[in-house]
Design a binder for this molecule. Sequence first.
Ligand code: SAM
Length: 234
Amino acid sequence: MAVEAGKAQFVQAMFTRIAGRYDLMNALMTFGRHQAWRRVAARATLLAPEGRALDLATGTADLALAIADVSPSRQVIGADFALGMLREARRKLRARPDARVALVAADALTLPFADASFACVTSAFLLRNLADLEQGLREMRRVARPGGRVIMLEITRPTLPVFASVFGLYFQRVVPVVGAAIAGDAEAYRYLPDSVARFLTPDELVVLMRNAGLRSVGYRRLGLGTIVIHTGVA
Ligand SMILES: C[S@@+](CC[C@H](N)C(=O)[O-])C[C@H]1O[C@@H](n2cnc3c(N)ncnc32)[C@H](O)[C@@H]1O
């Protein structure tokens, strides 16, 4: 995929704008299903060796907390480049002093971590936001230690014929209206379906993951085929 100039600044500003309403919008748009998908990703980290987890683009820290819930002894680092999202994450973590989650401001394309620092690297709903997807995948593999797991959750276009049309209508027409009403930001919630429409198919992403040096790459669909979880071994 081509490197997209100006995308990082656009994405960073957008998530900072919508941070306060981000969790509420997720709950509404997914009819409350979004945390179940993160729990599937969190359970996939149980196959990783012992050691620290890095949750990239942690946003409001929901996946970081889900990982802490399945592995209370594992240290989790949540990293994001939108300070507004990290502010919401910090607020949420104050209510969870038991969780071993620390937050770091960092860009997924130039991670401030040494090679082979983490037993697993996760992300939820990051990939289609990256200005340079290939570089993002290389960074995930670089900071994962050999044998460590890379686990990525993303929205994808469903393939079931009738459901795909209904979902397309809902996502393209209804979500931007709800986004305007609840988050006061129609642009952000038009960008969401557009970015999913433009993004790779799950099979195309498998090829890029292998090119980035990941092994045993595979995926499975969730949420009636609207969500996909890719896994690979560093
Ligand atoms: C759709 S939100 C997902 C947040 C969270 N993972 C979740 O499950 O709700 C996408 C997040 O990716 C972050 N992001 C996008 N590009 C990034 C980059 N290059 N480096 C770090 N964070 C990035 C955004 O700031 C935003 O918080």
